[in-house]
Design a protein. Structure first.
Length: 702
């Protein structure tokens, strides 16, 4: 029996750890995975691995994973051939568009899309042909405020400054829990060691979070904040920096800073304190500590982008780094210089060129906010959405008011899902096209090298051969594109394989043919543990894509949003506010079907402070009913001293008890969906991003 060692980056989350995977050919000719370990020879991840990567073998062997196209006939699923499937899609979608217009077909792309390079290179080969304005993705339940802020301030939505975690002396984290998430818009394998290294070199870690998270637990200081009110805290911080003259000059050309200073003059630490629940003295001291450090990073992630003032938060984060001289500075925040550079090779994006039909929400980069998707299906009239294509997503569990979306999906004329599970969303599809599994295709990270804390690059071959009759995601898109082009009489430009595109990206990039590195696909194949291209360096002046090559500190649409902030209604004292959380053994909605990840005590409970429990006569472990404007769920409650009083925490991605879901292990421990409570009308109105955090709820005994 032949054993082989493979080196492979893990692309389940943003950390892109190197793995060493041992396979063995069996007597019957099949190949089995023997072990999955961290790759100590990857200089970036240094052997780090988490439990999700070990479960890659479970994804591979999962009997519930689809391996051929499935067509729904009534409540039955029937296998069909690929060509027949492509023909069916082309026929149904072209007919619907002919009858009702191009916008009658909507598209939703989920999170794994950006982790799968073939999806990145080829999804638009087909989806672009649909020419619909109803494009949606997980971006608007996640990081949209980051893109919008970078687009407005730096001229490109992907030009996002990354914490220089390995060199900083002070790290202020708001709304991120990297010990559970392994870092986000900060690709940082081995994050716990890197955070502790800050402390070892005499630096400080401060976490702002309504829950004493795993990251807060190792921090030097943890500050509780009222959910959804980080903007108030950040205004107080920035105001203190101005008022106490704590700023440091920047080498960058900046427009609009005086305008900002004047506009926020009234937002003092004292006036912001009640709103965010942080004492004014704490806010002022935080500003002083931040500037006293030789270098410092302010980093705000998921928890602060998915709230009512998410874009203001991300803008304020940028300004705090900028005003203290930490933007584009070693030990502060720096932009990457990736080997395949989407900032250099694409335009800066656009915002609010058109709006959603029903609620008038703004597009960003050609996509509309997903909170509008259900109403675009349910509201009759010209332009109503009648068909949907989902790609690597599960919006029923991952977008606000999932129950309303279910109702909308049920009324569609046609739905196609490109996914390998029959889950809470794809069960509504007429047709499911399953791609190869994660170890069956090769990998180059087009997305997360852009956000890594070092400049790194790595190409890896598939670990397992593509099974006979299977197609990769990109091949599915090529098949769909061809069938659709024939049906609609469009002449399709030829395409090439993803790896050839990467080869071109590498060779034309700044480490390519014209550089000393001479990077190409062939060169990367010789370095299966990845290549380190060095620490991040100051480079922003040369990378800015604004018209006058200056940083725009006071973009007009952001300045206009200050009014909305100032006018927000004061919160009711007695209401509980719902927030979310992640766990290292869970991955959004789709990794609950692997025994090794879900075994042990349940992790989907509602966390609640003991005082809030006793006030309601509730006890630890009991079943409770949680109610919001849009819905009600039942879930077990767990008492937790780590919660801020008045705040409850529920992880998203659970709620697998829906009929028709074919995920046997996930269904045994279904949990409840946080997004049966989140509200599609609660938005960061500026960007249209969903405000998933800070949702008012009531909790009572079930
Ligand atoms: N309340 C609340 N809601 C949230 C969040 C929260 O914190 N709280 N987080 C939000 C965030 S940050 C995100 S990113 C979204 C995620 O939301 P989504 O992206 O909608 O959902 P996922 O759970 O990531 O589902 C991924 C799907 O892709 C499939 N899949 C996996 N790999 C592949 C592949 O290679 N190819 C194809 N074709 N399919 C694949 C899986 O089977 C699964 O069905 O959820 C958001 N929703
Ligand atoms: N294990 C695991 N890793 C993952 C994922 C996963 O599902 N599981 N998902 C991946 C994805 S798609 C993403 S986007 C990233 C996200 O990665 P992170 O941004 O690190 O997200 P979370 O781990 O959800 O941490 C968000 C924190 O925000 C806090 N929070 C909630 N509301 C507020 C608020 O109003 N203010 C403040 N200051 N804090 C608040 C929560 O308590 C929580 O601790 O993780 C990625 N990595
Ligand atoms: S942290 Fe875990 S899931 Fe993320 S890349 Fe590393 S091994 Fe994979
Ligand atoms: Mo995400």
């Amino acid at each position: 029996m032949t054993k082989t060692l493979h080196h492979r980056a893990c692309h389940l989350c943003e950390a892109i750890c190197g793995l060493t995977i041992e396979t063995e050919v069996q007597d019957d000719g099949s190949t089995q995975i023997r072990s999955i370990k961290g790759d100590a020879q990857d200089s970036f991840s240094r052997g780090h691995i988490c439990p999700k990567a070990v479960a890659l073998q479970d994804i591979q062997s999962d009997p519930d994973r689809l391996r051929q196209p499935m067509r729904r006939v009534g409540n039955e699923w029937q296998a069909i051939e690929w060509d027949e499937a492509f023909e069916l899609v082309a026929e149904r979608l072209s007919t619907i568009q002919t009858q009702h217009g191009q916008n009658a077909v909507a598209v939703y792309q989920g999170n794994p899309s950006v982790h799968n390079y073939g999806l990145m290179t080829h999804s638009n080969y087909f989806l672009g042909q649909l020419k619909t304005r109803n494009r949606y993705s997980a971006t608007s339940v996640d990081q949209l405020p980051h893109h919008l802020t970078s687009h407005l301030m730096y001229g490109h939505g992907l030009l996002i400054p990354i914490p220089d975690i390995d060199h900083t002396d002070f790290m202020l984290i708001l709304g991120g829990n990297p010990l559970a998430s392994n870092g986000s818009i900060m690709t940082v394998p081995d994050v716990e060691k890197r955070l502790k290294a800050i402390q070892k070199r005499g630096g400080k870690l401060v976490v702002v979070d309504p829950r004493r998270s795993e990251t807060a637990a190792i921090a030097d200081q943890h500050v509780f904040v009222r959910p959804g009110q980080d903007a108030a805290l950040l205004f107080g911080l920035l105001n203190t920096l101005f008022e106490e003259n704590l700023g440091r000059a920047s080498h960058l050309a900046i427009d609009g800073l005086d305008e900002v200073r004047q506009a926020i003059a009234g937002f003092t630490a004292e006036s912001m304190s009640a709103q965010c629940g942080v004492p004014a003295q704490t806010i002022r001291q935080l500003a002083r500590d931040f500037t006293a450090a030789e270098s410092a990073v302010c980093y705000g992630r998921m928890g602060v982008s998915t709230q009512a003032f998410g874009t203001l938060c991300q803008w304020l984060v940028q300004l705090i780094n900028l005003v203290t001289g930490n933007l584009d500075r070693v030990g502060g925040v720096l932009c990457t210089e990736p080997a395949v550079d989407l900032v250099a090779s694409t335009s800066g994006g656009h915002f609010n060129r058109w709006q959603s039909r029903v609620s008038g929400l703004p597009e960003y980069g050609g996509e509309l906010p997903v909170s509008a998707l259900a109403e675009e299906m349910l509201s009759e009239g010209e332009g109503q959405v009648r068909a949907l294509v989902t790609v690597a997503g599960n919006p029923v569990l991952s977008t606000p008011n999932g129950r309303q979306l279910e109702q909308a999906l049920d009324g569609l004329e046609f739905m196609l899902s490109i996914d390998f599970y029959i889950n809470e969303t794809t069960r509504y599809a007429d047709l499911i096209l399953p791609p190869t599994g994660p170890l069956e295709h090769d990998h180059y990270d087009t997305t997360f090298n852009m956000f890594a804390v070092r400049n790194v690059t790595r190409f890896n071959e598939a670990v397992l051969a593509k099974p006979a009759g299977a197609l990769h995601d990109w091949e599915i898109f090529v098949g769909l594109a061809k069938a659709f082009a024939v049906k609609t009489g469009v002449e399709l430009k030829p395409t090439m394989a993803p790896e050839q595109m990467i080869d071109m990206g590498l060779r034309f990039g700044s480490y390519g043919d014209k550089s000393e590195h001479k990077l190409s696909l062939a060169a990367l194949r010789e370095h299966p543990h990845g290549l380190d291209l060095g620490a991040l360096k100051p480079n922003l002046a040369g990378r800015l894509k604004t018209a006058n090559k200056h940083i725009q500190a006071a973009p007009a649409v952001i300045m206009a949003d200050l009014q909305r902030f100032a006018e927000q209604p004061t919160a009711k004292a007695d209401e509980l506010l719902l927030i979310g959380r992640r766990h290292v053994r869970s991955n959004n909605s789709w990794m609950h079907n692997y025994h090794r990840l879900v075994k042990g005590k349940p992790r989907h409970q509602l966390l609640m402070h003991p005082v809030d429990l006793s006030q309601r006569g509730l006890t630890d472990g009991q079943l409770v009913r949680v109610r919001s404007r849009v819905g009600v769920i039942e879930v077990e409650v767990a008492a937790s001293e780590d919660m801020m009083a008045g705040v409850v925490s529920l992880p998203h991605g659970w709620g697998h008890a829906r009929p028709g879901v074919q995920m046997s292990i996930a269904s045994e421990q279904p949990g409840a969906s946080a997004n049966d409570l989140t509200d599609e009308r609660q938005l960061d109105a500026l960007s249209g991003n969903a405000a998933l955090n800070g949702v008012p709820v009531q909790v009572e005994a079930a």
